[in-house]
Write a protein that binds this ligand. Sequence first.
Ligand SMILES: *Cc1c(COP(=O)(O)O)cnc(C)c1O
Length: 325
Amino acid sequence: MEIKGITSRDIWQAKKRISSYITRTPLVYSPALSEMTGANIYLKLENLQAIGAFKVRGAANKILSLSPEERAKGVSTFSTGNHGMAVAHIANRLGVKAIVCMSNHVPENKVKAISRWNPVIKQDWESQDDAGKYCYELEKKEGIKVIPPFDDKEIICGQGTMSLEIVEDLPEIDTAIVPLSGGGLISGVTLGLKLTVPDVKVIGVCMERGAAMIESLKAGHPVEIPEEPTLADSLLGGIGLDNKYTFDIVKDYVDEKIQVSEEEISKGMAYVMENHKVIAEGASCVGIAYALRKGVIKPGSNVAIVVTGNGVGMDIVKRIVDENY
Ligand SMILES: *Cc1c(COP(=O)(O)O)cnc(C)c1O
């Protein structure tokens, strides 16, 4: 069986390809969430990847899938967040040149975080859109491949590898709760799960404000919406007006799409800090935020919640602690 040209074999092949470049993260039992809900709740801790987020999976699968000639030319990205770090990190490990293009307005701390993985940084534009246009020009002129953040078969299969680990650790799973932005993560996890255990329910969660996928689903086609400040900043960004994979996969195979408030995200972040001693960024706590809502988790069910990353500054951590205690 295949969904949009992706089979479970593709995801298993991704697993084989990337296994020595990523961390096989633990699926930990959450006594506190389990007691509260009467279910068995587990957290998939992707914040433990070397760059602090799951995006190494997709980046590794994509870059390792390029031909030797393509790899020799190098790769590029215009993401300054977790995807940018993932591309820089994996390229660095493979000895592939990575070019990261960014606007002049990207804050110093983000530039520094990406610099750790030694990419070539080009900072010469007034907007991130213009930096992106330059990347695509480089691809056209010099064959330097842009590594897309989510709407790509290899990226989706790479992110999907975490679902194979989840099934291995929790074969009795009946519900997965997954953060949702461009949808590369949830597409991979949904396909990986449903092509293996078809009756699993998948719930996608994003923030209330600036959720491009939700607005696109309402419109029936991809739309652009303004970004708004949110604790879940890694979930911001459009889904691409010519979206090829993730819009359809999310529309047809993700069972529920949920939005949580800023206050709920703050509570979710505080909850993993207090109960698991884990510092996770807002985007990665939307699943926990949802599970904390009264009555949404079926008692007795076996639930995996994906905690996606740890990219949060200590100023925000301090604010969250102050807000909740
Ligand atoms: C990228 C990212 C997401 C969302 O992944 P998509 O594939 O864009 O849906 C969630 N959490 C974190 C921490 C991320 O970096």
